[in-house]
Write a protein that binds this ligand. Structure first.
Ligand SMILES: [Zn+2]
Length: 332
């Protein structure tokens, strides 16, 4: 069983304190874990608590499509007469539960798994499925840049990850786009260049008219921009424009995190990113430091709708500021 490293685990005493604090939170406020999150908690600590404790939900979309949510990033399954094609695999500690839910929903074994990108909450189940002989598909940069086979730090989050065993790694990769068929559904896998990471895959499913867009879109949670993996705020906005051009008002858009969305929701998210980017650009042009930018609260007006997730307004501002200022490694 692989588990991701948290940067603070390098210091045993701090680790112990955090473990005790976590235990107390779980003991006394199990139903309000998110609300009890302390100010010093990192993105990874908050996200892991959530992903390990949220109920695993199954949504039936019809046409053999199912969505699973709760155990990390959102997961899609597409069943045909013989097998199931899976998009993303959740966190590693809940893969047995996920696998059971997939089989209960589809009645078909998983034969292929496509990852929207390399992050632990989308690829944690890869070890399990890869060990079962499932073909794993991802953008070529996941493999070329060794995102899963060497240690990776995600700035501002506390995530240190990437040493996956070989059976978890993609065995099929593509460069700009790739077509797959699963029963009556055609899947088009597309990479729009560096965005959330430099190995993002958007998957259009037709005729079901579903777009699985991974963490380029977090629905009502501020997103992570993985600057060390080639992500950028401008790349995310450019990818959103490409997705908006490929979808219509009826398209069901599945974000990496948060509920199933519409094109209108995606537009709202794009508007938020564009406005926050613009406000931070003004602060950078005025010569403000990253701390001064945080103090200026450039996410004001958006926090009620977007700031309640594991990426706090402060962390989001630091990511956008660093992306625009070209200092992606700061704050690791
Ligand atoms: Zn991600």
């Amino acid at each position: 069983m692989r588990s991701i490293l948290i940067a603070s685990q390098k210091r045993p005493s701090l680790c112990l304190i955090l473990a005790v604090l976590l235990g107390l939170v779980l003991l006394f406020a199990a139903s309000r874990i998110q609300a009890q999150a302390g100010p010093g908690e990192t993105v990874i600590q908050k996200a892991t608590q959530q992903f390990e404790n949220a109920p695993l939900k199954t949504i039936t979309l019809g046409n053999g499509l199912f969505i699973f949510s709760g155990d990390g990033g959102n997961i899609t399954a597409i069943a045909d007469d013989a097998s199931t094609l899976l998009i993303d695999s959740g966190i590693d500690s809940r893969v047995t539960e996920l696998s059971g839910a997939i089989y209960k929903a589809t009645g078909r074994p998983v034969a292929r798994l496509a990852n929207t990108h390399w992050h632990f909450d989308h690829t944690g189940g890869n070890v399990y499925f890869g060990s079962e002989g499932v073909t794993i598909i991802a953008h070529e940069n996941v493999k070329k840049k060794k995102r899963m086979s060497s240690v990776q730090d995600v700035p501002f989050t506390g995530i240190r990850d990437g040493r996956y065993p070989s059976q978890a790694l993609p065995t099929v990769t593509y460069s700009s786009s790739m077509a797959l068929h699963q029963g009556s559904q055609q899947l088009t896998l597309v990479n729009y260049g560096p965005s959330h990471t430099d190995g993002d895959t958007v998957i259009y499913i037709s005729p079901a008219n579903v777009a699985v867009v991974g963490d380029i879109f977090s629905n009502h949670v501020y997103p992570i921009i993985d600057l060390a993996s080639g992500g950028s705020i401008d790349g995310m906005i450019q990818s959103l424009d490409r997705i908006l051009a490929q979808t219509d008002e009826q398209t069901k858009i599945l974000p990496g995190h948060g509920p199933l969305a519409t094109r209108a929701d995606l537009k709202d998210y794009r508007e938020m990113l564009v406005e926050v980017r613009q406000r931070i650009k003004v602060l950078i042009t005025a010569g403000k430091t990253i701390d001064e930018a945080v103090a200026a609260a450039p996410t004001k007006g958006f926090d009620a709708a977007w700031g309640d997730g594991y990426v706090t307004p402060e962390v989001f501002v630091r990511m956008v500021f660093s992306s625009l200022a070209g200092s992606g490694s700061a704050g690791r």
